[in-house]
Ligand binder design. Structure first.
Ligand code: MN
Length: 569
């Protein structure tokens, strides 16, 4: 039995009564909305929402973010409207949930060139970093339950995680999460290498672990003699994915990896870090060139720690890391750790309230983001709102396949159509944005899901030049206008499909969607009702055999489609 108490208890800073009340309502609402839904793994759908929220609570995030974790899939998967969320939970949570719904439309198709655009788009679409944090937690649980999915889907999601979400987490300073995500993808992306590691490394890990267990009391005793009381001493085993990368550099020789398992000493302040380093070096000689002072010179991602490799007991080379608790938490949780230190200023305006969540000087990740994207606006302003609006002059629209199209502000469905393909631009007759028909001069917004409606005989129109924004569209329209009209007369041929389906709500919509996504024009739809099964007749104005076969394959994937036949006209 899942219980809201678990979510309360997971947070280091306790929630107050008002926050608990909010979370309890979100818990009940989501549980009810997802009731009866199961995931591929067989577990209840609500468990996924629950685990997402639990992780967010573990990251010490605020109550609206944790509530959003619980509610993040109810709009997409339970048909609950955003208005209802707004009515039940207010504008802030509705805003966050909507952000997640928008991100849910994105799909990464493994084109490396697109990865950076997609990462930018995730930031641009989120508008609020909390949306990304929920998305990352959602992804973490999805990765943990990936084995239940179809192998092809496993590969796609693992690749997306590896190339999009793990780097994004790293840029937010969440090194621990980034590593965990990457590690979870490893068996799916590199199954052979993973097996090799399991076979060859396990023993080494265990042996190192046992060795460090013996070292620990020696260090404790030595520190105590020098009056240092460490907060904790623990071990950090190197992650498989990063171990593998390192092994490739050392021609797969495990003997040369000194930090397979590192010993970590956490102390109370920076001064103590340096004195511990001195004590350790007094005890065991350091390996030359392996002392790293990431406190004086933090890593680009903000990581701070002292590292040294020493000739330890039995002259075994051993890596030791020394840091203070804040550095420790920051290294683990990055931005989420900053959030934890926030002092609530009690403002109700969430856009302003967000600015109070971290000390400006500590926000190294802002610096990172700035380096990453030069065109991003003044960081002061950025902190004022913490709205991610550094892609002010660009919008990112999405194709029905989830591909991202990068356009200037004010772009229209015609610009979008030309950005995909000039033929689609030339023949466009209308657009559908987020499933609503819009005029051709409609101004697209970031995150819009855009479908272009085309008609084969259509030609570009001069009037389009008045509203298109991209040079590409302007150029293509002009060249289309120069071609003499009416020369290319295509034969009008049609195909009629007879699709036998089991009667389920929304099946007709699904069928029509699949056809229009293939850029095929529907001429007529016929739906006679005959009880449990019905036949849908659909006439389309094309008759290319290969295209027909392709379309049939796609249609057959729709849940409830039983049989498809077709005739040419
Ligand atoms: Mn989800």
């Amino acid at each position: 039995m899942l219980s809201i108490e678990e979510i309360y208890n997971e947070r280091k800073q306790p929630f107050n009564e008002e926050e608990k009340n909010l979370l309890k309502r979100a818990f009940d609402f989501a549980q009810k909305a997802h009731s009866g839904q199961k995931r591929k793994s067989g577990e209840s759908y609500f468990n996924h929402s629950f685990q997402t929220a639990l992780e967010l609570s573990r990251w010490n995030l605020d109550a609206p973010t944790v509530a959003t974790g619980l509610l993040h899939d109810v709009v997409e998967d339970c048909g609950i409207s955003l208005e209802e969320i707004k009515k039940e939970f207010g504008e802030e949570i509705a805003f966050l949930v909507n952000g997640l719904t928008k991100l849910g439309r994105l799909k990464y198709r493994g084109i490396v060139k697109q990865a950076e655009t997609l990462r930018k788009m995730i930031l641009a679409l989120s508008e609020d970093l909390r949306v990304i944090l929920v998305k990352l937690s959602d992804r973490l649980h999805n990765m943990k339950t990936l084995s239940a999915l179809h192998p092809q889907k496993q590969k796609r999601i693992a690749l997306e995680t590896y190339e999009i979400y793990a780097p994004l987490a790293l840029r937010l300073g969440m090194a621990n999460l980034s590593g965990e995500l990457e590690d979870l993808t490893f068996p799916y992306l590199y199954p052979k290498e993973y097996k090799w590691l399991l076979k060859n490394v396990k023993e080494h890990y265990e042996e190192r672990q046992a060795y460090l267990e013996k070292i620990k009391p020696i260090i404790e005793k030595e520190l105590k003699e020098h009056g240092v009381e460490p907060i904790k001493i623990d071990f950090r085993a190197k992650r498989y994915s990063s171990l593998y990368k390192k092994l490739l550099r050392y021609s797969l020789s495990l003997e040369q990896i000194y930090d397979l398992v590192a010993l970590r000493i956490v102390v109370k302040d920076i001064e103590e870090c340096y004195s511990v380093l001195g004590i350790i070096h007094n005890l065991w000689a350091p390996f030359p060139g392996r002392i790293k002072d990431y406190i004086a010179l933090p890593k680009p991602n903000g990581y701070k720690s002292l590292h040294t490799t020493v000739f330890c007991v039995d002259k075994k080379l051993t890596e030791i890391q020394i840091r203070i608790l804040e550095m420790h938490e920051e290294a683990e949780n990055g931005i989420a750790a900053h959030w934890a230190y926030q002092k609530k200023k009690g403002t109700k305006d969430y856009l302003k309230g967000k600015a109070s969540f971290a000390d400006k000087k500590e926000l190294i990740w802002v610096q990172q983001l700035r380096n990453w994207q030069n065109q991003f606006s003044d960081p002061e302003e950025f902190l004022q709102s913490l709205k991610i609006d550094f892609f002010k002059d660009r919008i990112f629209a999405i194709t029905p396949k989830g591909e991202v199209v990068d356009l200037p502000v004010g772009a229209t469905p015609v610009d979008f159509a030309y950005a995909i393909h000039s033929v689609i631009g030339d023949t466009c007759v209308g657009g559908r944005v987020n499933n609503k028909i819009v005029p051709l001069d409609f101004q697209l917004q970031s995150g819009d899901l855009v479908e272009v409606l085309t008609q084969k005989s259509k030609k570009p129109s001069e009037s389009w030049l008045k509203f298109v924004k991209t040079n590409q569209a302007k150029r293509k329209i002009k060249s289309g206008l120069r071609q003499s009209p009416g020369l290319i007369k295509r034969k009008k041929l049609q195909t009629e499909f007879k699709i036998t389906v089991s009667d389920r709500i929304g099946i007709l919509k699904d069928v029509v969607n699949v056809i229009s996504r293939s850029h095929i024009n529907i001429v007529k739809v016929n739906v006679p009702k005959i009880g449990f099964f019905s036949n849908i007749g659909i006439r389309c104005d094309f008759n290319d055999k290969r295209k027909i076969e392709k379309l049939i394959l796609k249609l057959k994937k729709i849940n409830g489609v039983k049989e498809i036949t077709y005739k040419l006209f």
